[in-house]
Design a binder for this molecule. Structure first.
Ligand code: ATP
Length: 205
């Protein structure tokens, strides 16, 4: 079984992925953040590094999916390959931070890859408004994320909502996390687990 957690920057994917993996005994696949060779440069100069970063994420996500699909274990994945293409790359192109030429090249690479990708059995989307995202980004205090503009988060949220509205690849669970704190409040985590239980009941057989 393949579960994926999606959502904007700071929506709490990594924490929820960790907690659900522990709760259900699933293996977890995280985003390449600490060893990412482009991320700090990208935040300093998006136009200069957009294409490089997108190719890096696409490849790293594709390798994760291969691993998940080739394995017999149940996996939970922190962010999907769809978000790289339909949210981040699309937004960079729309905002004029990726040229038409680079975007077309990227899309063609994505199309070649997506033919080999199976959608997750369950997609969990963490919906969060800007104040919640900003609060969580500030709390974790990654230095290179301090230059991030509110507009960037807003545009990403618009892309997320559009994508989720049209998502038909598999089961989808939308969780509004604006008033949830599944780290500090055990009842909030139980609330999420109950929702997930309802969705995965039947997927195990
Ligand atoms: N395709 C992409 N294009 C641009 N930036 C990306 C892409 N994928 C991930 N990132 C950025 O890489 C970093 C990944 O950090 P991390 O894995 O902690 O996730 P996050 O998006 O901050 O979410 P969360 O707080 O929900 O775990 C963030 O700054 C994130 O937005």
């Amino acid at each position: 079984m393949h579960i994926a957690v999606s959502g904007n920057i700071g929506s709490g994917k990594t924490t929820l992925t960790e907690k659900l993996a522990k709760h259900y005994g699933w293996k977890a696949e995280y985003e390449a953040v600490d060893n990412n060779p482009y991320l700090p440069d990208f935040y300093a100069d998006m136009k200069r590094w957009a294409f490089h970063l997108q190719v890096y994420f696409l490849n790293s996500r594709f390798n994760q999916i291969k691993k998940i699909q080739e394995n017999e274990y149940d996996f939970i994945q922190d962010r999907t390959i769809y978000e790289d293409a339909y949210i981040f790359a699309a937004n960079l192109h729309k905002s004029g931070l990726m040229t038409d030429r680079d975007y077309e090249n990227y899309q063609s690479l994505f199309e070649s890859m997506i033919a080999h990708v199976k959608a997750p059995d369950l997609l969990i989307y963490l919906r969060a408004d800007i104040p919640k995202l900003v609060g969580q980004i500030e709390k974790r205090g990654r230095s290179y994320e301090t230059t991030m503009r509110i507009d960037y988060l807003k545009n990403l949220n618009q892309h997320y909502e559009e994508w989720i509205k049209n998502y038909q690849e598999g089961k989808l669970l939308i969780i509004d996390v604006n008033h949830l704190d599944f780290v500090e409040n055990p009842a909030d985590f139980s609330f999420v687990v109950e929702k997930v239980n309802r969705e995965i009941f039947g997927l195990f057989s």
